[in-house]
Design a protein around this ligand. Structure first.
Ligand code: COA
Length: 170
């Protein structure tokens, strides 16, 4: 059985992309391409993004990223190997993204999620995101997106919330 203590986090690199694309292609109907990931890794070098990879025993099990604005951070992608979903890795990565957004001085975070994606919505709610609107036909010009926001991440209350969700096994 896995514990989150076995998870190693490191910045996303091109060397991870083969394994990342294997996950990406399984979990999304419109997966990001190799080119999108390399563009995002380049943006991360300019400190406009942060992308992190989670590995267990040297194998990529998940990854996540965030776009860093002056006041706002936007979650761009989070995905876990289907064989590993439900084991806490998504929470571990979300904790890392939120902590980085706070460290970068952002005041709020936002994201879009499919109306049908209840697991992801529950994950985001755990980290303080609340639904704030709908983007109609956002995905494949067919499924609506729920826009979720998490405000006041620069305050003491959010720091306490993140501390209670340490990213470690409870
Ligand atoms: C969404 C996703 C990232 C969650 O990662 P995960 O490692 O499975 O999540 P965790 O095990 O840390 O669970 C986090 C929370 O999500 C919720 N959750 C997880 N699986 C769930 C499911 N099958 N149904 C409902 N809620 C679920 C729970 O609230 C859980 O918190 P809890 O365990 O404290 O109750 C993962 O399922 C995934 O990669 N999905 C495909 C890609 C995707 O949809 N990405 C998001 C795009 S917006």
């Amino acid at each position: 059985m896995m514990t989150t203590r076995q998870i190693v986090l490191e910045p996303m690199r091109r060397k991870h992309l083969k394994q990342i694309l294997e996950i990406e292609n399984q979990v999304y109907p419109r997966p990001w391409t190799h080119g999108v990931f390399t563009d995002e890794i380049a943006a991360a070098r300019r400190a406009q993004r942060y992308y992190v990879v989670a590995s267990i025993d040297g194998k990529v099990v998940g990854y996540a990223g965030i776009m860093l604005g002056v006041e706002e951070a936007h979650v761009t992608n989070i995905a876990i190997d289907p064989a590993r979903q439900g084991g806490g890795i998504g929470s571990y990565l979300m904790h890392e993204l939120c902590a980085v957004a706070v460290d970068c001085g952002c005041k709020s975070m936002s994201l879009e999620v499919r109306v049908s994606n209840k697991a992801a919505q529950a994950l985001y709610a755990k980290f303080g995101f609340v639904p704030a609107g709908i983007r109609q036909r956002y995905y494949e010009n067919s499924e609506d997106a729920i826009v979720m926001w998490c405000h006041d991440i620069d305050g003491d209350e959010y720091a306490a919330k993140l501390a209670s969700l340490t990213g470690e096994d409870q």
